[in-house]
Each structure stands twice: as structure tokens, then as C-alpha cells.
Design a protein around this ligand. Structure first.
Ligand code: C2E
Ligand code: MG
Ligand code: MG
Ligand code: MG
Length: 275
């Protein structure tokens, strides 16, 4: 027992106390408390299919509700992505999004949900079991309603393993999307070997596409390559009508962005849905 060590001091105990106190004050500790206290919530952003103009589905996006406002994931996820807390958060978002999807399905609404998965969680030995557990325990959940989004950098980090996990997801009937495409290595070799169904073009390209011909050419190239591999292509960060029109013209399958809607709490979704 470290509290009564050979020297009879309580130093170890003190420093353990200090460590816990420090952790509680740190982002990691505060996010852990937020998860336990129900202060983490999920917003949903619609994706529109440009071929049918229907809702393709919704991306689940994490939010931290604090007294000083709603905090975006960029302000706290980077600090916890190397801790197992990111896996607990991943399970929480997966369950919440799948429950929401089952509810929307019961209401006859679009029920596809996309969930962002951190590299650490994806490569965790229990990840596939986490997916199965969620699908099996949520009443009315349809496996085909679920898509997971992974970053290219995650895939490249442990390529063979990621490839194997993607294949196991697909064997379960879950779709897999490559997120933020264009910002990482974006290698053709990788893209051709990753068994994903969807490629999401990073908003950096969409953003500057209208004024920069070279960016537009990159977007067109990604759409063409994705077409060769049979992938669905979603453009992220569409903020204007011009961008939407240009993407439709280029043959992009779906779009997501503030031009359509900003991410919203789930209770606002039914009212938002057109018609
Ligand atoms: P992402 O997966 O690429 O998600 C798209 C981000 O772009 C979201 O930011 C969304 O709010 C924002 N966005 C959507 N449309 C527009 C637009 O038209 N203009 C602009 N400027 N931004 C737009 P958000 O919600 O802050 O999330 C940031 C990132 O945090 C996500 O990027 C994703 O990588 C990560 N993230 C979010 N939720 C989760 C989660 O539950 N788990 C994990 N592991 N990561 C998450
Ligand atoms: Mg995403
Ligand atoms: Mg993205
Ligand atoms: Mg991103």
C-alpha cells in the first residue's frame, strides 16, 4: 500500500492526490466529468444527395455544453485523442447516434447517420465488439443506417490493420467513409486499397474552389477517381449556392455544409426537414 511506504511517509499518497486534482482541472478530467454528467451532446448536420435532392443522412458531431457556451470538438478532442477516454466518448456517440437513427426510422424520417471514429478507438481491440453491442442492443437499429467516418491519417498509421477493420465493418453491413480527403497523403495507392464506400472531400478544397481553378481541378479529379473506384463522394463545407451548383455540375454525389444547414440538436431535426 503506497500510503504506508517503508519510510512511513504519505508522500506517494500526496502526489497521487495531486495528480488526481491536476487531472480534474485538466481538459481530460473536465471532459471525463462532462461525459459522466451528461454534458456532452450530439448535434446532427444533414447531407443532401445532389442526384435526388433528398436527405442522404446526418453526420453526428460532438458538442460540450458548458456554462460559457457550446464548445466545439476542435477545442478539446485533440487533448484526449491519445487517452482511452476517446474510446468511451466514441461508444457514447455511437450509441446516441444509433438510438437517434432508430427513432427517425420509426418516425419515417431519413435515418442514415455518420459517426466520426478516432484512430485510437478504431484500432482498439474491442472496436468491432463495440459496434456489434450498439447495433444489437438498440431496439429498431438498422445496421445499414450506420456509416463510420475515419481519417486518412488514421488509415495510414497502421494500414493493414485499418484495412482489416474496415473489412470487418463491411462484413457487419456498416458503411465506411474516408473523411477530410485531400488534406493528408491522399495517395491513389491507399485509396485504391482501402475498401471504403464513401470519400468526403475536405472543405478546404470546396471553400476556395470558386476562385481558384486549380482547387476546382483537384475537386473534379477526386470526384473522377472516386467514380472509378465506385465510391460515393460527399463535399464538405458547402457554404454558397455557387459551390452547390458547381459540385452538382462536376458530378459530386452529395453535399454537406452551412449552405444546407448548420449542425443542430436532434430535437430540431424534424422541424428542419423540408416538406
Ligand atoms: P469533420 O468530421 O470533418 O466534420 C465537419 C466539420 O465541419 C464540423 O465541425 C462541422 O460543423 C463543420 N462544418 C460543416 N459545414 C461547414 C461549413 O459549411 N463551413 C464550415 N466552416 N464548417 C463546416 P465540428 O463539429 O467543429 O467538428 C470538427 C471535427 O471534430 C470533425 O471534423 C471531426 O473530425 C471531429 N469530431 C466531431 N465529432 C466527433 C466525434 O463524435 N468523435 C470524434 N472522434 N471526432 C469528432
Ligand atoms: Mg466527419
Ligand atoms: Mg471532414
Ligand atoms: Mg475535419
Amino acid at each position: 500500500d503506497a500510503k504506508r511506504d517503508a519510510h512511513g511517509t504519505i508522500r506517494w499518497f500526496d502526489s497521487e492526490q495531486d495528480r488526481l486534482a491536476r487531472e480534474r482541472r485538466s481538459t481530460l478530467g473536465r471532459v471525463r466529468s462532462a461525459l459522466e454528467n451528461g454534458d456532452l451532446s450530439i448535434y446532427y448536420q444533414p447531407q443532401i444527395d445532389l442526384r435526388s435532392n433528398d436527405i442522404r443522412g446526418f453526420e453526428a458531431l460532438l458538442r460540450w455544453n458548458r456554462e460559457d457556451g457550446v464548445i466545439l470538438p476542435g477545442a478539446f478532442l485533440p487533448e484526449i485523442e491519445n487517452n482511452d477516454l476517446i474510446c468511451d466518448i466514441g461508444r457514447y456517440v455511437l450509441r446516441g447516434a444509433v438510438e437517434q437513427s432508430a427513432l427517425w426510422r420509426r418516425l419515417g424520417l431519413a435515418s442514415h447517420v455518420s459517426v466520426n471514429i478516432a484512430g485510437r478507438h478504431l484500432q482498439h481491440p474491442e472496436f468491432i465488439d463495440d459496434l456489434k453491442a450498439v447495433i444489437e442492443s438498440v431496439p429498431g437499429a438498422h445496421v445499414s443506417d450506420l456509416e463510420i467516418e475515419i481519417l486518412e491519417t488514421t488509415a495510414i498509421n497502421d494500414f493493414e490493420r485499418t484495412r482489416d477493420i474496415i473489412l470487418r465493418c463491411r462484413a457487419l453491413g456498416i458503411r465506411v467513409a474516408l473523411d477530410d480527403f485531400g488534406t493528408g497523403y491522399s495517395s491513389l495507392a491507399y485509396l485504391s486499397q482501402l475498401p471504403v464506400q464513401t470519400v468526403k472531400i475536405d472543405r478546404l478544397f470546396v471553400n476556395r474552389m470558386i476562385n481558384e481553378e486549380r482547387r476546382k481541378a483537384v475537386v473534379q479529379a477526386i470526384i473522377n477517381i472516386a467514380g472509378v473506384f465506385g465510391h460515393d463522394v460527399i463535399a464538405e463545407g458547402v457554404e454558397t449556392y455557387e459551390q452547390r451548383a458547381a459540385l452538382a455540375e462536376m458530378g459530386c454525389h452529395a453535399i454537406q455544409g452551412f449552405y444546407i444547414a448548420t449542425p443542430m440538436p436532434e430535437d430540431q431535426v424534424p422541424a428542419w426537414i423540408p416538406g
